[in-house]
Ligand binder design. Structure first.
Ligand SMILES: Nc1ncnc2c1ncn2[C@@H]1O[C@H](COP(=O)(O)OP(=O)(O)O)[C@@H](O)[C@H]1O
Ligand SMILES: [Mg+2]
Length: 233
């Protein structure tokens, strides 16, 4: 990325004193109370914590899908939280790949088209986008499933398509929110392996929320979210 507005020495992603309160029926729910994190390029971080402690809230903020009550997120040294919505959306599309617990694939498109979609949205030539999607799906072990629509895929296969879709744009950051949460142990392992493999190859930084401590320990760092604060686990 040679764009002058990005600082090349800055971490791919960092957050500073991140606070998120929700107002519910006159009560203030203090979900995040001041979270700091700085990711190194290609670094892999696991976030663990009890259900409802704010893991999804944290990832939404890191990805610029939600706005902090206080504090800010920096993407390659630029304040993501202060950008106008259109600018933030563009920065997100260029730099961040998301994987959710549910695959969110488009039901009327096949696997190749779903994976190619982020490139098509960026106006890449269709033939190149489809070729890149086919290649990534082959790496994901889905070479025999290229023309399948999501309804014709197993849960694990759908989630592997979702991982390929997140990585197709070669993002510098991948944010994965319980990507194996809905899968049986074997499919979950395949999805997790794929995420790590593609992440290694693209040297993207990775933040993954997981309940599985064994998987968390395969990352470079394990951080626990508790009482609104993030600390080494
Ligand atoms: N938009 C919202 N409005 C009000 N409360 C919310 C909202 N989003 C999340 N919460 C609350 O914030 C807390 C943390 O939620 P979440 O980040 O989804 O937790 P986790 O992903 O760790 O299970 C929960 O108590 C949840 O009910
Ligand atoms: Mg969650």
């Amino acid at each position: 990325m040679n764009s002058p507005e990005f600082s090349s020495g800055a971490p791919p992603l960092s957050c500073h004193g991140l606070v998120r309160h929700f107002r519910e029926q006159g009560r203030v729910l203090k979900v995040l109370r001041g979270v700091d994190l700085s990711m190194a390029p290609g670094e892999r971080v696991a976030v663990v914590g009890a259900s409802g402690c704010g893991k999804t809230t944290f990832l939404q903020l890191l990805g610029g899908l939600d706005t902090p009550t206080r504090g800010w997120v920096e993407l390659k040294g630029r304040n993501l939280s202060a950008m106008r919505p259109g600018e933030r959306g563009a920065a997100r599309n260029r730099n961040i790949g998301f994987v959710y617990q549910f695959h969110h694939l488009l039901p009327e498109f096949n696997a190749v088209e779903n994976v190619a979609m982020p490139l098509l949205i960026r106006r890449s030539p269709a033939s190149e986008a489809m070729a890149a999607a086919r290649e990534l799906l082959r790496q994901a072990g889905l070479g025999e499933r290229l023309d399948h629509r999501p309804a014709k895929l197993s849960g694990g296969e759908r989630q592997r398509v979702a991982v390929a879709r997140a990585l197709i744009t070669r993002p510098s950051i991948v944010l994965a929110d319980e990507p194996t949460g809905n899968l049986d142990p074997e499919s979950g392992e395949q999805v997790f392996e794929l995420l790590l493999q593609l992440n290694r190859e693209s040297s993207a930084a990775l933040v993954v929320v997981t309940h599985d401590l064994a998987r968390a320990r395969r990352m470079d760092r394990v951080l626990a979210l508790r009482d609104g604060l993030l600390a080494a686990a």
